[in-house]
Write a protein that binds this ligand. Structure first.
Ligand code: PLP
Length: 360
């Protein structure tokens, strides 16, 4: 998650304190299961800007993107079903699938272009999956992003096979290019897409506020929302709605994007200078993670143990795969500002990687 110091934590604190002071008792109630109407209005307004015509009533507030994904998966799949995912993919998604008794089918994913639609087409001629669950943009851990034409081709393909697409857009606002990449839902109008996102990566991981727009599957999602959590906490929603309505969020996002892009560039330079020359590195155009691949049989778990002894943490590659692939890979997070402490950590990690690689 991004460092709280990069976020608008103070302004959010003020909005929360104001809401509690002025109307705290009124908000100490069960809210509506769909979530605070003003917050849903703010979310819908922002969706329209990226090309998707959402109304506030199309949105259900969730406890982070995690609950949104759980609602989506349980609305379209039952235990024993198979869900197609990118490989590597976000480890939390794999954990959710496991807890729901769902199987993961891993689709080979290019670090730049994402999943290969032609390969998916060949595969769907013989296999059956209940849904696809993939990132809209800047997949975690690769940072990959499918071109808009590929996204459209995938949507067509899934529509033909009557397979719903669950998209996870938590990193979409953190783009470094000129325009925000379009989510799938903006390309098919939500006909076959369930959209999941949250404020966790760009504004308020601690508020645990996400949302889902499930289109024709809204009824199934609402039934599950009621069963799993009744409704979300009211005060944080009200505070977040006030914060968004007060303006300044776009300027905040611009600042965060710039900071994260700078940290990623500095980290990439640090890795080039200190890791073995055979190391391959992703070059994401958004988000804040870097994916490194070292020659096999490099063991990122062994590196992890040694790094941890020195107070350095990263994610070993195999946690991003249900079949424990990518043991020769690792993911570094650049969600903090760049400083000497982190630069030194990258340097020392590179030295450890050199040592392990030469020891074979
Ligand atoms: C791709 C992806 N989706 C979802 C989440 C979880 O989001 P939230 O904190 O909003 O539940 C994460 C967090 O790391 C993530 O990387």
């Amino acid at each position: 998650m991004p460092d709280g110091a990069l976020l608008e934590s103070k302004k959010l604190d003020l909005a929360l304190a104001r809401a509690a002071r002025q109307r705290g008792t009124r908000y100490n109630v069960y809210g509506t299961p769909q979530g605070d109407p003003a917050l849903r209005g703010e979310i819908a307004k922002r969706a329209i800007r990226v090309g998707h015509m959402l109304a506030p009533d199309d949105v259900v507030i969730t406890s982070g993107c995690t609950e949104a994904l759980t609602l989506a998966l349980t609305a379209v799949a039952k235990p024993g079903d198979t869900i197609a995912v990118e490989s590597p993919t976000y480890m939390g998604l794999l954990h959710t699938l496991e807890m729901l008794g769902l199987k993961a089918l891993e689709l080979p994913t290019d670090p730049v272009r994402g999943i290969d639609v032609l390969a998916v087409g060949r595969f769907l001629e013989t296999e059956r999956v209940a849904a696809f669950a993939i990132a809209s943009s800047f997949n975690n851990p690769l940072g990959s992003m499918m071109a808009e034409a590929d996204k459209r081709a995938l949507l067509d393909l899934l529509q033909r096979h009557d397979i719903p697409l669950i998209e996870d857009d938590v990193y979409g606002d953190l783009y470094f290019g000129l325009e925000r990449p379009k989510p799938f839902i903006a390309l098919d109008g939500g006909a076959n897409t369930i959209y999941c996102s949250s404020f966790s990566k760009s504004l308020a991981p601690g508020y645990r506020i996400g949302w889902i727009a499930a289109g024709g599957r809204s009824h199934q999602v609402m039934e599950r929302k009621l069963a799993f959590s009744l409704c979300g906490a009211v005060l944080p929603q009200v505070a977040l709605a006030e914060f968004l309505a007060s303006g300044g969020h776009d300027a905040h996002l611009r600042r965060v994007r710039q900071l994260l892009q700078g940290t990623l560039a500095s980290m990439a330079d640090g890795i080039e200078a200190s890791f073995p020359p055979e190391t391959k590195m992703s070059r994401p155009s958004g988000g804040f993670v870097l994916w490194l691949e070292l020659p096999k049989p490099f063991d990122s778990r062994a590196l992890f143990d040694r790094a941890l002894e020195q107070g350095i943490c990263f994610a070993p590659g195999d946690v991003f795969s249900a079949s424990r692939r990518f043991r020769n890979c690792l993911r570094l997070s650049a969600g903090h500002g760049w400083d000497e402490r982190i630069a030194d950590g990258v340097r020392r990690l590179g030295l450890l990687a050199h040592g392990l690689l030469s020891a074979g």
